[in-house]
Design a protein around this ligand. Structure first.
Ligand code: NI
Length: 174
């Protein structure tokens, strides 16, 4: 197992759509393990493969992210291969949503309250999950990554412009 480097905006791999996984071979299983370890090490509650430079449709998330008893315990992660949102309803605002690839910035983002996701699990079995609240927000955030979309693409134009300006300045200075 290994901790992988997490890419930061505006790295190209974050901005392009990822391709479906065709077979869950040893290489994919190894990648998934490393993604889980990398996510917990960061620490974060979700991570998508493009964030570690692999443009394949794979996400991992903290299985207990919505359970206060497990807060920060990093006990277990779930991997979803080729996840897809097949149903969405309701509306919530995620408070202070952030991303391991968008450093030093958080924002409230309008999200669906409930999403149903289909995917394959790590053994290749089809799964269908009905999620709501925090887990639903994580699903939307991570699946967005697979389409090259970041949460800053879902905030106001003004806020996004402010963030981009800040990043440009940082890049210039370094
Ligand atoms: Ni993210």
């Amino acid at each position: 197992m290994a901790i992988l480097d997490i890419l930061n905006y505006p790295e190209k791999s974050l901005l392009k759509p990822s391709v479906p996984v065709e077979s869950i071979d040893d290489e994919i299983k190894e990648l998934v393990k490393n993604m889980g370890e990398t996510m917990f090490d960061a620490p974060g509650v979700g991570l998508a493969a493009p964030q570690v430079g692999v443009n394949k449709r794979i996400i991992v998330y903290d299985t207990h992210a919505d359970d206060p008893d497990f807060q920060g315990k990093k006990t277990e992660f779930t991997a979803l291969i080729n996840p897809e949102i097949v149903e969405a309803s309701g509306s919530i605002t995620s408070e202070g949503e952030g991303c391991l690839s968008v450093v030093d910035f958080t924002a409230d983002v309008k999200r669906y309250e409930n999403v149903t996701v289909t995917a394959l699990d790590i053994d290749g079995n089809p799964v269908k999950m009905e999620t709501s609240g925090i887990i639903a927000v994580i699903m939307q955030h991570e699946i967005d990554h697979l389409d090259g979309i970041l949460f800053i693409d879902r905030i106001s134009v003004l806020k996004r412009a402010m963030y981009k300006k800040k990043i440009k300045k940082q890049i210039k200075q370094s």
